[in-house]
Ligand binder design. Sequence first.
Ligand code: DC
Length: 306
Amino acid sequence: MPTPTTPPHRPALRYAPIVIDAPTHPASHTPGDAPGHTAPGPDAEGLRGGPLLPGRGVIITIDGPAATGKSSTARELARRLGLQLLNTGRMYRAAAALTIDLGIDPRDAEAVVAAVDRAQLRFDWSQAEPPITAVMPRGGEGVGGVGGVGGVGRVDITPRLQAPDVDGLVSPIAQLPALRRLMIALQQRIAQEHPRLVTEGRDQGSAVFPGAAVKFYVWASAQVRAARRAAQNRASGLPADERAILAEIESRDARDRARPDSPLCVPVGAIVVDTSALSFDQAVGHLERTARHRLGSCAGAGSSAG
Ligand code: DC
């Protein structure tokens, strides 16, 4: 494969062609389903309480502001409950990556949405934390850095999702109402095909799945979130200026709360979990027990604030 030529203003991309294993998981699960069936992965046997309501559709939503550890909490909760994981931030990040890499003006909402639609974003459900893939234009014309693999069609764009340029664009791009409409429709379609889900994002319980079986709003003070993010960054060798991180978290919160479309808010009936003083294990354990209690002792009941 020829080496991709990368314009100097764009980071080198590490897209790789991917072949999606077609049939994903069946839309309904029989009571005998092994946990590994619904949440594949090396740790799946480690379930302590067993899968939640095996054979039934269960949607659990986790909303909350940036840097609350929602993604890792959702991943671990899904594993423990034998559910699949939908990380919707990845979808907005994919939209930002496509916008940058296809050279689209991020203010041109119509062009952004058309490009994301054409890219047919899809998760590879054969993995516990599904990578996200997109169809890139043939030949890679106008695609920064992916000229070498542009002709292959579907590519894994997961490696792009945490890049600084994507991180910088994702919040403004997630404000575009037309893009949100597209993403919401995609997420609802995913839930039809994968009805046993822990889904996390800013709007999952409030706008996308208001009728979810259990809705959580996971929260921590901005200072605690900044300290956690700084520690994570330090561990990964990334910039860890806590004051700068705090400022970024506060401005992202303000933007997410103020946007007119699907603003960040506590969904009606959500269980609010303040993780400021909780360890990761304590937080996940609390969510797991709450979900099991809600759906075990009063199956199908809505949740209430608490
Ligand atoms: O959770 P995250 O940092 O990967 O999310 C990336 C961005 O996408 C963040 O700015 C919030 C936005 N987002 C959103 O608006 N709605 C969602 N359901 C998920 C993420």
